[in-house]
Design a binder for this molecule. Structure first.
Ligand code: TNX
Length: 488
């Protein structure tokens, strides 16, 4: 029970353990399809390494010895939406939660309690013993996220699903997709089809482009939902818009379509904020995106526009905020939106600057993504091949040893919604690159978001992290074997 990440709120070990055998049943609370689906997910995760075809059975109360029991009956409301209790005896594994999301998080704990070989894709000898004890657990923060930039380089549905599964294993619950930028537009907008046929065709460095149809996007959203992860789509504006400006001449103040951009400089592009068509454009884009996004959030970027005055910028973002609100969503933006009058439910994502503090002073809730800690595109050290280093080299310890409630002067715990780790992809071209930059740093971010600050310490964490090496290896993940960690 000593190697769990994120570290649970409370762990009480007991003698002995539960031996999982081929005859175990996964007994799920009867009459609840959502819980049955969680039971099937567990069976599916246990099958490859054990070879067991565990039956998912509607339960008539707690089952007899040798079984797994998953239920919301008796779930403690004090453990909230994502909390759970996992009680393991030599006879029974009982997972109880107040809400289905809690059961799903508890399943990840159960997977981590089994030997690392459980993550192997083909049958292993076992035995499959789960140590006995009681875990009572719930998250510190409600926002525990990762962002993937699919604009600078495009990653298809299969890559994205793999990332979602990796996030789920560490109990993350927000997946932010950066869908548009200077170098590419990645989501089909039916009323503006050239965005994807022209704007979607390029990537950084002349690499291949690509985009998601609305159907594919919905497939990603549903996949994330089945793992209790909310998708947050981002369309960056008014800057970071060259792909749109290349697709439609009329979005430019001079009426001339821009050439595609395959470099990595930022800050030069902007929508034409004085023209009426710009607002028809953002209305259409936000309307279509809101309609296929069941989650409550829509991110409008708002970062790094160097070619607009403050007045124009503020007026534009103010209008974008009204549009997002009109379509029933809460707006999120990077630091820079701290300059405008924010609606009460608007969220600010801190990355680098003082404007986020201004937003906090106005009462906005914050998502913490300090570049010098959790920008997963930052190189680990000078010999890291992929990535950038403008915010410094970020070794595993640096990305773990900080706290969201004390990172920013003037922003206290009550204003912090949680933490999110972005992966920008200017210098990330393949799934192997993603894995190398994300792992193991994202695991530490997951712990920062979930576990209590008290007792969270690098010298102890690195030993737990070491035990996760074989699990990452079992999935075939190309992770960075940091010399700071005594890998197993
Ligand atoms: C800053 S973070 C950016 C991105 C870049 C990233 C590279 C932010 C709001 N803007 O456009 O991709 O740095 O690390």
């Amino acid at each position: 029970m000593n190697y769990l990440i994120p570290k649970p709120q409370s762990v009480q070990p007991a003698p002995g353990g539960f031996s999982l055998t081929a005859s175990a049943g996964i007994h799920v609370q009867a009459g609840n399809e959502e819980i049955a689906a969680i039971g099937r997910y567990l069976a599916e995760k246990l099958k490859p390494a054990t070879g067991f075809d565990l039956a998912v059975i509607p339960a008539a109360g707690a089952p007899g010895a040798g079984n797994i029991y998953i239920t919301m009956e008796g779930g403690d409301p004090a453990l909230g939406e994502e909390g759970y209790t996992l009680a393991v005896t030599p006879d029974l594994i009982a997972l109880v939660a107040y809400m289905p999301a809690g059961l799903f998080r508890g399943i990840q704990t159960l997977r981590q309690l089994l030997p690392a070989a459980i993550e192997q894709p083909a049958p292993q000898p076992g035995p499959w013993v789960v140590p006995a004890g009681v875990i009572r657990d719930q998250p510190r923060f409600s926002w525990r996220g990762a962002m993937l930039d699919v604009a600078r380089h495009f990653f298809g549905v299969a890559d994205v699903k793999a990332y979602i599964d990796e996030m789920a294993y560490y109990k993350l619950n927000r997946f932010h997709l950066h869908l548009s930028d200077d170098q590419g537009w990645r989501i089909e907008i039916k009323s503006w089809p050239l965005l994807t046929t022209i704007g979607g065709a390029t990537s950084v460095g002349g690499d291949p482009g690509g985009f998601y149809t609305q159907e594919q996007y919905s497939e990603i959203v549903a996949y994330a939902q089945s793992r209790y992860i909310t998708v947050i789509p981002e369309i960056d504006m008014p800057g970071h818009t060259n792909a749109a400006l290349a697709s439609y001449a009329e979005l430019n103040c001079d009426g001339v379509a821009r050439a595609p951009h395959t470099g990595i400089e930022v800050g030069f592009s902007t929508l034409c904020v004085g023209s009426e068509i710009t607002y028809r454009f953002i209305d259409d884009v936000i309307r279509e995106l809101a309609a296929i996004t069941p989650g409550p959030y829509l991110h409008i970027g708002g970062d790094e526009v160097q070619t607009l005055g403050a007045g124009d910028y503020n007026a534009f973002v103010q209008k974008a905020q009204s549009t997002v609100h009109k379509y029933g969503k809460r707006m999120i933006g990077w630091d820079e939106i701290g300059r405008i009058d924010l609606l009460p439910l608007t969220l600010v994502q801190y990355w680098n600057g003082p404007l986020a503090v201004e937003a906090a002073r106005k009462g906005a809730k914050m998502i913490m993504s300090p570049a010098s800690r959790v920008y997963l595109d930052m190189k680990y050290n000078p010999s890291t091949e992929p990535g950038l280093y403008w915010a410094g080299y970020v070794e595993v310890q640096e990305s773990y040893s900080w706290d969201p409630a004390t990172q920013l002067e003037g922003v206290s715990e009550g204003q912090v919604l949680g933490v999110e780790a972005p992966l920008w992809t200017e210098r990330i071209r393949t799934r192997a690159d993603i894995e190398y930059m994300v792992f193991p740093r994202l695991i530490g971010v997951a712990e920062i978001g979930w576990s209590s600050a008290a007792g969270r310490e690098w010298s102890e964490y690195r030993l737990r992290l070491a035990e996760h090496g074989p699990r990452l290896a079992a999935w075939g993940i190309n992770f960075y074997r940091s010399p700071q960690v005594p890998w197993k």
